[in-house]
Design a binder for this molecule. Structure first.
Ligand SMILES: NC(=O)C1=CN([C@@H]2O[C@H](COP(=O)(O)OP(=O)(O)OC[C@H]3O[C@@H](n4cnc5c(N)ncnc54)[C@H](OP(=O)(O)O)[C@@H]3O)[C@@H](O)[C@H]2O)[C@@H](O)CC1
Ligand SMILES: [K+]
Length: 552
């Protein structure tokens, strides 16, 4: 289905609030009545009907319903489809215990919806399947008949037979994006989130199970994206009580901060960034990062090398000024990106200490993070240096910084982000599927862009260079991180759309793509260079049409 159904909101590219289970429960206490389940079911039925298209009469629908309100949504959806003449059957292994879910079960039964206890033998004959086993109320791993149904629903998913998950794929933790209790999760083709988007749909393993995510606000949340203003006021505690725990990262949040490319600009306007690393044998990482910084619009880029063996200049990009760390004039840089290819030697430790002392905005990445993890005194100096840093750990580096293991970080990514921010009091980018960006004084961002093409060597160095370039352009650490992470992921997507990835996407290909995306966004914001008024000249061309020419 490519068009947006009537009751749904197409939120893609917008900074939407992400509500955790506790926030959903607060809304439920405040606003829920039986009509809410009916509206949820209406939205689901609308999705199914749009998906069936011209198969509405011939195709059958299989709905799987659990014992709670997620199952209630599914049963009312089945009832609505039944009333519209669709051949629908509902598998209900356990009769709902009470409340709205039991009322939904009774309504479906009385209306004559075929209700089955087990999956029918001809399940593969359905045109669309609906996963209404569990939503935000799942507390233990799927077991017994639900485990078997989850497996069956996952195997029904095919390019021609969509499986729609109601609210979220059953088995997924709505807050963390992890399987509840390590149990099975339904692999859906699409997920229809009710009321609000949930963080678990976009982080952890969530994106592997959700398929495309749709949103039905059900008239409860306005469904409106967060503006920069509301996201800041909520962080200060004056916003709505149901303010988002996190917000979906989107250009509207950071684009206003990017400097305009005015005709009178000079290279100083866009800042100087120093990419610091380059131990002997690992200068490539530093150059990769420096090239990314160039592509992201920094006015000047230094590559500062600690070791020996660096080339005198970077042949494809002689614009990059390569410097030895012991001779580098730190005052010449507006921002730093420290860590790419830096190693963990004593001189690397000393250079990191010097970078912290400069007082410049800085990305601390890769080996800089490992040095912080190894050296408590250095970490304390970084934490005391204020909020001008951006830390960019992947889950392994985050685990080392927190003195735990990667599994623990991945089991609760938002929790790990909070701990890192409490310790370092600065912007933290926790990389991974659904990168999280913890900002200072503003809600965390969850990044929706990116794909498996980013799982290759050097992509982190590119990200570090991009953030450094945006810091040099005077973006705040939070905005610099948001811009870099968003376009880094979006570049992987647009490259993959052209067949350049996800398999075989190389890190170096990301930077020119980011440049294209950024310029497109700037053109949309500011107009294209040369878009100024055309002045009609008095003379006419040979055909007698007035000729137009630009003023300059
Ligand atoms: N929030 C809202 O305002 C709105 C919510 N809506 C919908 O409701 C959904 C939330 O409904 P929900 O709270 O009833 O939870 P749900 O996910 O159906 O499961 C709970 C039931 O399952 C049971 N159970 C749990 N684990 C189990 C297991 N492993 N194996 C077996 N049983 C297990 C649990 O029993 P218990 O744990 O208490 O023993 C309880 O009976 C939400 O996702 C959305 O779809 C919409 O209608 C719109 C408005
Ligand atoms: K579900």
């Amino acid at each position: 289905m490519t068009t947006t159904p009537r009751h749904f909101r197409d939120y893609r590219g917008l900074p939407m609030p992400l509500l955790d289970v506790a926030a959903h429960r607060r809304i439920e206490v405040r606003d829920a009545d039986a009509s809410l389940m009916r509206r949820a079911a209406e939205a689901a039925a609308e999705w199914v009907l749009a998906s069936l298209g011209d198969k509405v009469r011939g195709g059958s629908v299989l709905v799987c319903a659990g014992p709670g309100n997620n199952g209630g949504d599914a049963l009312l959806c089945a009832l609505q489809l039944h009333r519209r003449g669709v051949a629908v059957r509902a598998v209900v292994p356990v009769r709902p215990g009470g409340g709205d879910a039991l009322a939904a079960f009774e309504s479906a039964r009385q209306a004559g919806v075929p209700l089955l206890v087990d999956l029918p033998d001809d399940a593969t004959g359905c045109a669309v399947a609906v996963d209404g086993l569990f939503g935000i109320g799942l507390r233990r791993p799927l077991g017994g008949p639900f485990e078997a149904l989850a497996a069956a629903l996952s195997s029904l998913r095919s390019p021609t037979r969509p499986v729609l998950a109601l609210d979220l794929p059953s088995g997924l933790d709505a807050d963390t994006g992890r399987p509840v209790g390590g149990g099975p999760v339904v692999a859906a083709s699409a997920t229809l989130a009710m009321i609000a988007l949930k963080p678990g749909l976009f982080t952890g393993l969530g994106r592997d199970y959700t398929g495309r995510v749709w949103l039905a606000p059900l008239g409860l949340t306005d469904g409106l994206p967060h503006s920069r203003a509301t996201s800041r006021s909520n962080a200060e505690g004056s916003g709505d009580a149901d303010a988002a725990g996190a917000i979906l990262n989107a250009p509207g949040l950071f684009l206003p901060s990017l400097p305009a490319r005015r005709a009178a600009a000079h290279k100083g306007t866009f800042g100087t960034v120093a990419i610091v690393g380059g131990d002997t044998g690992t200068c490539g990482a530093t150059l990769l990062s420096a090239r990314a910084a160039l592509s992201a619009g920094a006015g000047r880029v230094h590559a500062v090398m600690l070791g020996t063996g660096a080339p005198a200049y970077d042949a494809p990009h002689p614009e990059i000024m390569i410097r030895a760390a012991d001779k580098f004039d730190w005052d010449s840089a507006d921002a730093l990106s420290v860590g790419a290819g830096m190693g963990r030697s004593d001189s690397a430790r000393a250079v990191l200490g010097r970078a912290i002392e400069t007082g410049k905005p800085a990305v601390l990445d890769a080996d800089a993070l490992n040095l912080l993890a190894d050296d408590g005194a250095l970490a304390a100096r970084a934490a005391a240096a204020g909020d001008r840093f951006v830390l960019t750990p992947h889950p392994g580096e985050a685990a080392r910084l927190l003195g735990t293991d990667t599994g623990t970080v991945e089991a609760n990514r938002p929790g790990a982000l909070r701990q890192l921010q409490q310790r370092f009091r600065c912007t933290v980018v926790l990389k991974g599927s659904g990168t999280l960006i913890g900002r200072v004084g503003a809600p965390a961002l969850l990044n929706p862009t990116g794909n498996a093409g980013l799982a290759s060597g050097g992509t982190g160095d590119v990200l570090g260079g991009l953030i450094g370039a945006f810091l040099a352009q005077r973006l705040s650490p939070g905005d610099a991180a948001a811009a870099a992470v968003y376009w880094h992921g979006r570049a992987a997507e647009t490259l993959a759309e052209r067949g350049i990835g996800p398999a075989g996407l190389t890190a170096g290909e990301l930077a020119p793509e980011v440049r294209g995306l950024m310029n497109q966004a700037l053109h949309e914001r500011d107009g294209r260079e040369g878009d100024g008024p055309l002045v009609a000249l008095a003379d006419a061309d040979a055909a007698g049409s007035p000729r137009q020419a630009p003023l300059y």
